[in-house]
Each structure stands twice: as structure tokens, then as C-alpha cells.
Write a protein that binds this ligand. Structure first.
Ligand code: HEM
Length: 302
């Protein structure tokens, strides 16, 4: 390939003088790792609120997880946006999605074993009412994976409850229980702050993906004979990691730090966390059509 010729033709066809671009190339500084990866910016984003060294572990790990959630969403959006694709392409995307979900679960030791108990319990008091509960990307994954109906609190799924508008769904999602004062039925500070920042955006996300979620697409592929055994296996794996394994790992970590020696501490988000965080309580299932009635009945009980 004559690259100089190709470059000249490319810019000429766009109505530009190729010599200017070639000159710019001559003067350009060499690309460096630190500029490309923005290492200094990345390492300037940690702002502990106390002097306990392990608070840095807590912040950096949350940031790393947000980056992996972002990659998971990046793959999910590509998978959902592509109307026509060979099965191998879809399998590959599901593989990547599962790998990112697995990273959430398999690295959680950084939290469970990587922080000093006393330091954690001291610096966390400076963080209320902030909580991982307020991760919007975590909620976006849910919204892209399954119809809003599957995310309703179980109490709204029974007895002919009609849920129509997007806002109505949003107000009845299972996770609102964690941020609602059971005595007054009113949202607490953690949830109010979350709604202020993300409700509008999440309602948009909900509107954009209803009817086109991964669950609905997979059902469509199944009817069209395009859902391969590998895809079924990967979808079940994703459901299991995101909705059972990670919640259990996360709950065990919360128990280690917050329920030490029989004493149950109030979490930073002030939720009834021990009951709420258990997958058997939440019964969050992205792909119900891929599980037997018995498997669904025993969801999260291990
Ligand atoms: C020592 C480490 C951690 C503890 C003790 C902990 C504890 C908790 C607790 C008690 C809740 C319930 C809400 C509340 O009352 O605050 C919660 C929710 C949550 N946390 Fe963590 N957490 C930890 C680390 C993390 C990390 C690293 C992430 C990753 C981003 C994370 C993501 C979440 C999410 C997404 C929820 C909502 C879960 C749901 O609605 O099912 N947490 N966490």
C-alpha cells in the first residue's frame, strides 16, 4: 500500500490540502502512554474525606467497578442495537458481558479482605448518606437487561396491580424499599439525593429500552430459532452472577464490617440492609423464561 498516495487522495476527496495534514504530522509530538491513558488525571480523582489510609482502597475500588460497569454497558448497548448479527457475534458479546460481571464478583475480596475493620468503620461515618446503592450504572444495567415489570417490588406484581406509566414503574422498583422509611413511606435522604440527580435520566433510559431489553431480544431470538445453547448458557450465567453471586458476596462483606460479633450497625444509606440485600429477598431475575419454576422459587437460596 502506498500510504502517501492514500493520504493525499483521502484529503483531496474531502476538499482539503493534504500537504497541510502531512506537515502537521511532521510537527506533532510523539504520543505518550501518559497522555493517551490520562494517567495523571486518573490518579487525581481520589479525594478521601478522612486521613485513614484504607479509605483510598475503598474509593479506588469503587471507581474501578464503575469503569467495568461502563464497559459492561458498552457491550450491552452494542448487542441490543445491532438488528442483524451472526450467532457467533452475539455469543462473543455475551461472553464479554459475563466476563465484566464476573470481575465485579471475583475481585470483591479487595473490599472483604483488603481493608482494616476499624479503619473502615471509622472512615465510613464520614460518608453518610452516600452509598453504592446510588450507582446509576448499576441501575442502567438492570434497565437494559430486563423489562421494567421484572424490576418491580414483589408486592406490586401480584393481584392485578396495573402499572402503566414509566414513572409509575420507577416509583415501584424493588430497590426503592432500601431508601424508604418504613414508618412514613417517604424516601430517605439517600434516595432523595439519588432521585434528584438521576431520576430524569433513568426515566429516559427506561423509555428508550422498553420492548428492546436483552430479555425481550433473547425471547425474540428464541422464537426465530437464533438463540444458541451457548447464548442460553451465557444469559443464565449473567443472571446468576449479577443477581445471585455478586449480591451474596456483597452481602457477606457488609456482614463482615457491619454485623460484627452480633452487633448490627446502621449502614451509611440507612437501609434495612441485611434483609434487603439478600438475593432471595429481592428475587431479581433478568431472564425468567430461562429458569424453571423450581429454580425461580429457590432463587438466591444456596
Ligand atoms: C465494605 C464494602 C461495602 C459495604 C460494607 C457495602 C454495604 C452496602 C449496604 C449496607 C448497602 C445497602 C444500602 C445502604 O444502606 O447503604 C449497599 C448497597 C449497594 N452497594 Fe455496597 N457496600 C460495599 C461496597 C460496595 C462496592 C465496592 C460496590 C460497587 C460499586 C457497591 C455497590 C452497591 C450497590 C450497587 C448497592 C445497591 C444494591 C441493590 O440495590 O441491590 N458496594 N452496600
Amino acid at each position: 500500500m502506498d500510504w502517501l498516495k492514500e493520504i493525499r487522495e483521502k484529503y483531496q476527496s474531502q476538499g482539503h490540502d493534504p500537504e497541510i495534514f502531512l506537515q502537521g504530522l511532521f510537527y506533532s509530538r510523539p504520543l505518550t502512554y501518559w497522555d493517551y491513558i490520562e494517567v495523571e488525571t486518573l490518579l487525581s480523582l481520589q479525594h478521601p474525606r478522612t486521613d485513614f489510609p484504607d479509605e483510598k482502597v475503598f474509593i479506588v475500588y469503587h471507581q474501578a467497578i464503575e469503569l467495568f460497569l461502563n464497559l459492561l454497558l458498552h457491550e450491552l448497548q452494542q448487542l441490543l442495537n445491532k438488528e442483524e448479527a451472526p450467532p457467533a457475534w452475539r455469543e462473543n458479546k455475551l461472553n464479554r458481558i459475563c466476563r465484566y460481571a464476573d470481575i465485579l464478583n471475583s475481585t470483591f475480596k479487595v473490599m472483604n479482605e483488603g481493608m482494616d475493620y476499624d479503619q473502615y468503620n471509622a472512615f465510613r461515618t464520614a460518608l453518610a448518606p452516600a452509598s453504592g446503592f446510588q450507582s446509576a450504572q448499576y441501575r442502567q444495567v438492570e434497565i437494559l437487561c430486563t423489562p421494567a415489570w421484572n424490576l418491580l417490588h414483589p408486592r406490586y406484581k401480584t393481584g392485578g396491580n396495573a402499572v402503566n406509566a414509566y414513572e409509575d414503574f420507577y416509583d415501584k422498583f424493588y430497590w426503592r424499599e432500601a431508601g424508604t422509611d418504613p414508618r412514613t413511606g417517604q424516601p430517605g435522604l439517600m434516595l432523595r439525593e439519588f432521585d434528584k440527580k438521576y431520576k430524569k435520566e433513568l426515566l429516559e433510559t427506561l423509555k428508550q429500552w422498553q420492548g428492546k431489553t436483552l430479555c425481550e431480544k433473547a425471547e425474540f431470538w428464541q422464537k426465530a430459532g437464533e438463540l444458541t445453547p451457548v447464548m442460553i448458557q451465557k444469559l443464565r450465567e449473567l443472571d446468576n452472577i449479577y443477581n445471585v453471586q455478586w449480591p451474596l458476596t456483597h452481602l457477606q462483606t457488609a456482614e463482615k464490617y457491619l454485623a460484627h460479633q452480633g452487633e448490627e450497625k446502621t449502614s451509611t444509606g440507612a437501609s434495612p440492609w441485611r434483609r434487603y440485600l439478600h438475593p432471595a429477598h429481592q428475587r431479581r431475575i433478568f431472564f425468567p423464561f430461562l429458569w424453571s419454576a423450581e429454580e425461580k422459587e429457590n432463587w438466591g437460596r444456596q
